[in-house]
Ligand binder design. Sequence first.
Ligand code: NAP
Ligand code: MG
Length: 494
Amino acid sequence: MTETHSSLNFDTGWQYAPAPESTEHIQIDKQYKLFINGEFSAPQQGKYFTTSNPATEEKLSRIAQAGKSDVNRAVRAARNAYEQTWSKMPSKERAKYIFRIARAIQERAREFSVIETLDGGKPIRESRDIDIPLAAAHFFYYAGWADKLKYAFPGAQVKPLGVAGQIIPWNFPLLMAAWKIAPALACGNTVVIKPAETTSLSALKLAELFQDIDLPPGVVNIVTGDSSTGAALVEHPDVDKIAFTGSTSVGKQIMHSIAGSHKKYSLELGGKAANIVFADAPIDQAVEGIVNAIFFNQGHVCCAGSRLLVQESVAEELCFKLRERMQTLILGDPLDKNTDIGAINSKVQLDKIQSYINIGIDEGGQIYQSSAKLPNKGYWCPPTIFTGMAQSNRLVQEEIFGPVLAIQSFRTASEAIDKANNTAYGLSGGVWTDKGSKIFKVTSALRAGVIWANTFNKFDPASPFGGYKESGMGREGGIQGLSTYLSMELSNDA
Ligand code: NAP
Ligand code: MG
């Protein structure tokens, strides 16, 4: 049975007045073409699909569906730009373009934030304070490396790879584009990038920005479309590197498809991170960290703390405080600056989350959901937790990509480590304790690429990000993020 707000009798007391961000300064065209060779160009088969606002189900625009011949045109443009312009340009000149991109994103930050929120459903506070500033920060960071690559890899002869094909998901559209484009350009590669179907608008706005800053034609090409567009890019023989962020199942298909080819690849895939809370942790801060780890951005985060492992002696107290905090989370209009929980990105994703909630109930978990009123239109899921979960439950093992937290308890540190490591994934994790020695012990035993201690979901362009096991291979961010866009030979005198 669902335990509800009223049965726990939490009183939210009062409400904030609406504070919606204005959309008056936003220009969204009725239709967007592909961005190839520095110009907007119609798809050869003349097909378009609709992108809508998941919070209202209103149509926002029509987006071009790139076919194989369009992908061919984009790769050809990228190859020409690589051979004739970008790889020949002195690296300090390349850096100036990348710095210009960073500055232009900052100048248009408000526009990008609103578009990201309209198209994807995430709260404006997140797009404004996290996605867009971090996207600019990635361009700034990698602009700085463009003319210093020999210092990044002392003793090695480094060369760009050529044309990079990049495919990104819908959860951090502009930020994922920045993660991919910035290091590729800094290393001297040119790019063909495919955004996710439901969230192409910020990438197309980025294309307008590339025109504004006079980025040479063909250096970045944007091919919008569905999975067939992504597959055409992966299979194209003149692409030298595939960078993919998305689900583990598509990542596996991509590995099959490029096996035996010359293509380099980096894959950022799914996750099922455990947040481990020890009895000596500051419980109130841990509750805040858990909320940040799984409920903000509707759980649409690959490194989300979607499992909670809590030491038995504080489990009851922590779960009570967590339920209390869940009740105060404001769900609703993503454009409102007070909103904590926005819309689920699409109907398909909402259906997937709901099917997992049903699985959790069938598996015998005790469900608690916040009693936030869901808007009549759009796709919504209230913050949800399950207690009483066993390690073998699907809710503990499988990625949901929604605001659903599976809670288990543990007695000893080694039991927590065993449980945390016991999934097919290994992207991230969190440890909450007052003791530094425990942090070192646990973090060094966890098989995960990123582990936060007494915090969660903090990012920096200088810090590498990526996974173990089925969470992917290769790292993005930092110097490691450069290395996946370069071929390297150690010189004899090294
Ligand atoms: P997805 O279905 O794998 O899609 C990711 C991207 O790949 C989209 O642009 C998608 O196009 C495209 N695509 C789909 N099938 C393809 C194929 N056969 N060949 C080439 N491209 C293809 O994943 P999603 O559902 O959009 O995103 C959620 C997943 O991404 C989650 O599993 C999450 O963990 C993962 N993710 C990982 C990270 C990380 O850094 N590790 C970051 C963010 C998200 P369409 O949009 O048209 O389907
Ligand atoms: Mg959309």
